[in-house]
Every structure is written in structure tokens, then in C-alpha cells.
Ligand binder design. Sequence first.
Ligand code: PHE
Length: 397
Amino acid sequence: MKLNFLGNFPALLAVAGVVLLATGCDNKTDASKNTGGSDGKGAAPAVIKVGEFASLTGKEATFGQSSHKGTLLAIEELNAAGGVLGRKFELITEDTQSKQGESASVVRKLVSRDKVIAILGEVASGRSLEAAPICQNAKVPMISPSSTNPKVTEAGDFIFRVCFIDPFQGTVMALFAKNTLKAQNVAVLTDAAAPYSVGLATFFKEKFLADGGKISVEQKFSSGDKDFKAQLTAIKAANPDAIFAPCYYTEAGLITQQARQLGINLPIFGGDGWEAPELLTIGGKAMDGTFYSTHYSPEDKAEMVQTFVKKFKARWKNEVPDAMAALGYDSALVLADAIKRAGGTDGPKLRDALAATKEFVGVTGKTTLDAKRNATKPAVIIEVKDGKFVYKETVNP
Ligand code: PHE
């Protein structure tokens, strides 16, 4: 499925006006490359084609939906303001269906068929890991809004992200377990099929053990599993103080519910993978008293955040933007800023400009990309209370 988004693309006449003004100041190589939208006579500055791949359907549909809504909002705002370098954006979105293998094939299409100049996505680390080598080989910069596994950007110098990484998130949750939950023995329940889960479990354990904590038991499952009774029974027998389940929301909801059914009334906590309204519909009442870390809270009083929440709700049927929406939004803005500084969309130049991103102010805080193309940002801890997500604290790096 391919979807094209021109956003609030103004009438052709208006575009023609911009075209005339921009002629001559646009990057030559770019114009000759014809990234789409021009009449081929070299007069019109081409539309800037940006690819996006996201899990719009399937098991992690809310990840893709949220991320996409934030990304598209940013693209529409950029276009309404005249675009960048006199050129408008066209967002071409592909659905990864939350399926393995799909990311590689849709990203290949975006690169070779659509000739996008950059790619935004994915949310889930496993899917970003699939696509990263393709973007790296094609020298098409890829920016993951929210994949936190360190390996994603290790795929090469064309791969970026605008969020923190899991060594930080693991540390935040290890400190939370020790200091806030006062846990000394923690059980860890990992999704062995998700690189995100395996990574976050590892970083959590490293920090928790280094600080004198104990891992009472480790259990594993595979994404898509529905019955966690065997693992939970083993966890119960090990008598921990709390359970860390660094997985995605579908499994987190089921795990918590089944734990309560087995009479396990310990605190259960996870990472950003828990963030989705479905956590509450799947887990129901059982979710009360659980915690997770994420990237932002819509309750943040900062003006930039509140303005974003207002605009997002106006655009998307009163929906409150979650962390994926906020990061999706920021990923598009970071890209636009780099195109402006690069003076065009040529891959290697755009790469250099992205790499030089410094203190870019977005809704998820300031983005500065380090030598490994990662961002350093604060984490937020959310508590589920009376069936609602409640902001608990912000943890700075
Ligand atoms: N960080 C998760 C991953 O790397 C994805 C995610 C980001 C989920 C933000 C929810 C919120 O797979």
C-alpha cells in the first residue's frame, strides 16, 4: 500500500509563483536529478519527496499510526509555510504491517521506485534494523524517530535517530527499580524475537547488577505469544520484588493481566514499548500500578509541547499525541532544518548537515546529534493510575 501526502498543498498557481522565485537559487545537481514534480524542463524546483515507513496496521498499529500523524502534521505545517528552499514536501508513506521482512521491501521501493531523498522511520528497532542497510547502501539518509536500540545507527553514517538510546533507558529503569520501587530482586521477562526487548533487558540488567541489585529470574517469550502463564509461574516461584517486562504493549497488557490472575501483585514495569492507548484496553484494570519510561508527556507545561498538543488535537479528531507522534513530528522538522542548512537534498550533503544538527528545538526537547548519530534527551516515567496514564517524573541524562 502506497499513500501520498502533499498535505495542505496549495493551488498549482501558488506553486508556480514559488517556482519562479526559487529558480536559480536551488541546488543544480538537485534540479537535474528531478526528484519528482517538475515538468522535466528544468524550470520548476522539484517537490521534495520524503519516504516514510511505519506499522500502520498489524500488531503494533498504534506505533505507526501515531508516528505517521505526527510526521504528516509537521510536513503539512512546513508546506503551509512555503516548504524549504522554495520547495514543497511530498510524504510517501508505506505500511510495514508490523511484519518482519516488510520493512526491507517497502524501503527498497521508496529508494528505487520513488527516489525519495530521505526516509523517516521506523518506530520499532527490529524494523529500522531491517531497513538501515538499504538506506546506507543507497546513500539515502534515514532518520528513525523512535527506535532506541543502539545497533540501528551503527548500520552506517547515513542512519540517524532523534531519540535517546536503550543504554540510557535501561539505566533510567534500573535506577527507578532501585530508588522508587525499592526493589532488590527483579525478574526480567524478555521478548526474544524483538531486538528492542533483548537490548533493553541487557542494559537494564547491567545497571541494576552494577548497583548491587539481583536478577532473581529471567524468562523469555516470542512476539505474538498470548499465554505467559508458564513464565509467570516460574517468576512467582523465584519470589522477586518486581517484574521488568521490556516488550511492546500487546504482550505487556496480556502479561500484566495474567500475572494478576495468578495472584502476582508485584509492581510490573517496562520501557517505551508499552506506550499505546491499547495497553489499557488489553490489560484493563490490571494495569493500575504499572510504570514505564518514555520520551515525552503531553502534560508537559512547556509552551512548545502545549502548542503541539493543541495543533495535533485540531488535526486528528481531538486525539492526544503520544511519544511516537511527538517524535515523528520532530523527525520531519529535523530533516527540514538539515535540508535548509545543506542548501539542497543531495544525499551526502544532506547527511553532513544532519550530522551537524545541534540544539534543534522540537517538542521532545533539544536534538543534538552526536558522533554516533544519536540524540541525548531526557526520559519521562509514566504511571498507570485509575485506568489513566499519569506523568510521574522526568529523568535527565
Ligand atoms: N523504542 C521502541 C523500539 O526501539 C519503539 C517505541 C518508541 C515504542 C516510542 C513506543 C514509543 O522498538
